[in-house]
Write a protein that binds this ligand. Structure first.
Ligand code: ZN
Length: 261
């Protein structure tokens, strides 16, 4: 099932996305919240009549760096032996169609297409064989990065944590199992031109490895998001660009870049 979060007439709700053709999608409004007990209401609204919101409101976004060898190399970095994590704050999250605001303190902002894992239940010290049980589903992410700032500051809080630097969406796909999610085509286009094309099968550390690694250290909560790294081909965005992350079997996340007002 594809679960979207949206606003209509000032109310916020979750809905199951039904249909195949992009212009004919409808939302079956969900009674309750997707992480607990819920049912479909049968009340349907066309997707074109609502505003999609970030599909989840994470308490935290844990992101993993240099998890595709080709991307690590293109920036002159070693492929790390063990996964390494950093945070993107909840205030960095925006939804599909929301604007990425180019920050004033950077002159080199990059896109990074990434598979996002959405956590479905509170968990800590998750053993490898239980990882599949704590995953709610998957969505598309853009780990927008102020590359110049990342290079000159040891911690990446500003470079990767500025407001609007974490687009998520367009919805959470809950029908992919972990094996399927580990072999999906992932691509990024800017103004329609392809910039990144890879497969989640190219990750150095698997989805299981990443969840085991982070939950050794901290509790993950329902709605938390784990970003799994970006394939090769990262590059700059400029004001006016439209950037789209597409992951096979999930959908397309599109955002425009604007000057921060
Ligand atoms: Zn990244």
């Amino acid at each position: 099932m594809r679960i979207a979060r949206f606003s209509i007439d000032g109310n916020v709700a979750f809905g199951a996305v039904e249909g195949d053709r992009p212009d004919e999608l409808v939302l079956d409004i969900i009674k309750g919240i997707p992480f607990a007990e819920y049912e479909l209401s049968g009340t349907k609204v066309p997707l074109s009549k609502v505003r999609l919101l970030p599909p989840v409101l994470p308490n935290k976004v844990v992101a993993f760096g240099r998890n595709y060898a080709d991307h690590a190399k293109e920036l002159g970095n070693e492929v790390p032996d063990a996964p390494f994590a950093f945070f993107k704050p909840s205030t960095s999250v925006i939804g599909p169609g929301d604007d990425i605001q180019y920050p004033a303190f950077s002159e080199e902002v990059h896109y990074e297409a990434e598979l996002a894992v959405v956590i479905g239940r509170m968990c800590r010290e998750v053993p490898r064989e239980r990882v599949k049980d704590v995953i709610f589903g998957y969505t598309c992410a853009n780990d927008v990065t102020a590359r110049d700032v990342q290079k000159r500051e040891k911690q990446w809080a500003r470079a990767k944590g500025f407001d609007t630097s974490c687009p998520l969406g367009p919805w959470v796909e809950t029908d992919l199992d972990i094996t399927a999610a580990s072999d999906l085509t992932i691509q990024c286009t800017v103004n329609g031109a392809q910039r990144q094309l890879g497969s989640t099968s190219q990750m150095t550390h698997s989805i299981e490895d990443l969840i085991v690694n982070i939950t050794e250290a901290m509790t993950l909560l329902p709605g938390d998001v784990v970003l799994t790294g970006t394939p090769a081909g990262v590059g700059p965005l400029v004001v006016g660009d439209e950037v789209a992350v597409t992951i096979e079997g999930i959908g397309t996340l599109t955002n425009k870049v604007v000057k921060r007002g």
